[in-house]
Design a protein around this ligand. Structure first.
Ligand SMILES: Cc1cc2nc3c(=O)[nH]c(=O)nc-3n(C[C@H](O)[C@H](O)[C@H](O)COP(=O)(O)O)c2cc1C
Length: 263
């Protein structure tokens, strides 16, 4: 469940996007009509915050009607919840800004609402605790994401997924250290790690106790039968990084990679 990043006004009838503070993301937004420059956001009012928390509750209800198994709060990658979490994009001086604990308040309120709808065992969270993403960055990741981890521990969410690119990441890269070991000392539930994993590296991380599971993104696009390939040790089809078709409508580049014949 994501709410938009600082984005182009096409989606909002010409209105600026809402964020923690009036910031603007760098580079370009992906829109159905192609890439467009981001727009300056406006800072959410307290009324906006309460309305958005309600929106998340309504989305959670709809996910139930749609037959979902649960919901994951998208609090990563520079999107709205991440904008509140991180010191670089949250410049507020009210109860939702300032200390790391205050910056987690918005996420906590949303999670409480999701848990009302689904129960804690059906609510998970995605964070991206290391490094800049879409203009969102933090001056003290251990403090910020330690505070976020405390919220998740207190609320008992079902699992936590962490997108953590490394210095050689092929879809985002950063020298900011991965925060998962620190987070794991605070949040005691299952942790799923993500970014640039091979099957062998994923198994090694689980066996070393670094996480309970690893998630795959791009490999699943180019290998619709990825789980089967991992099980049988088959080769993976490479994903041509950032094909022009990504983020545009239509199947090309998303669902047109073949499965292995006979698998
Ligand atoms: C086409 C595409 C769309 C993506 N959209 C999202 C998104 O909406 N939210 C998100 O958190 N990550 C998104 N990601 C990032 C992936 O979830 C994942 O974190 C990233 O690809 C790194 O994992 P990988 O190395 O296994 O691909 C997207 C990735 C791709 C390739």
């Amino acid at each position: 469940m994501a709410h938009g990043p600082p984005g182009p006004p096409d989606f909002l009838g010409g209105e600026p996007p809402v964020s923690a503070s009036a910031t603007i993301a760098p580079d370009f937004a992906h829109t159905p009509l192609g890439r467009k420059p981001f727009e300056m956001a406006r800072a959410a009012t307290l009324d906006d915050i309460s309305r958005i928390v309600d929106d998340y509750g309504a989305a959670a209800e709809r996910a139930k009607i749609a037959g979902s198994d649960g919901v994951q709060l998208h609090a990563a990658n520079g999107y709205l919840v991440d904008q509140f979490l991180r010191s670089g994009t949250n410049l507020r001086d009210d109860d939702y800004g300032g200390s790391p604990e205050n910056r987690t308040r918005f996420m906590r309120e949303i999670l409480e609402r999701l848990i009302e709808v689904w129960g804690k065992d059906r609510v998970s969270v995605r964070l991206s605790p290391n490094g800049e993403t879409q203009g969102c960055d933090d001056d003290n990741p251990p403090a910020t994401f330690g505070a976020a981890a405390w919220v998740l521990e207190e609320l008992g969410v079902s699992f936590l997924e962490l997108r953590q690119p490394g210095p050689d990441g092929t879809f985002g890269c950063t020298d900011v250290p991965k925060q998962s070991d620190h987070i794991r000392k605070i949040y005691t539930g299952p942790v799923v790690l993500n970014s640039d994993y091979t099957a062998e590296q994923a198994c090694a991380e689980v066996e070393a106790g670094k996480c309970e599971a690893v998630s795959f993104g791009r490999p699943y696009i180019s290998n619709p039968d990825l789980a089967e390939r991992i099980r049988t040790g088959a080769e993976w089809a490479p994903n041509v990084n950032v094909p022009a078709s990504w983020y545009l409508p239509g199947p090309q580049g998303y669902i047109d990679y073949p499965a292995l014949s006979g698998v």
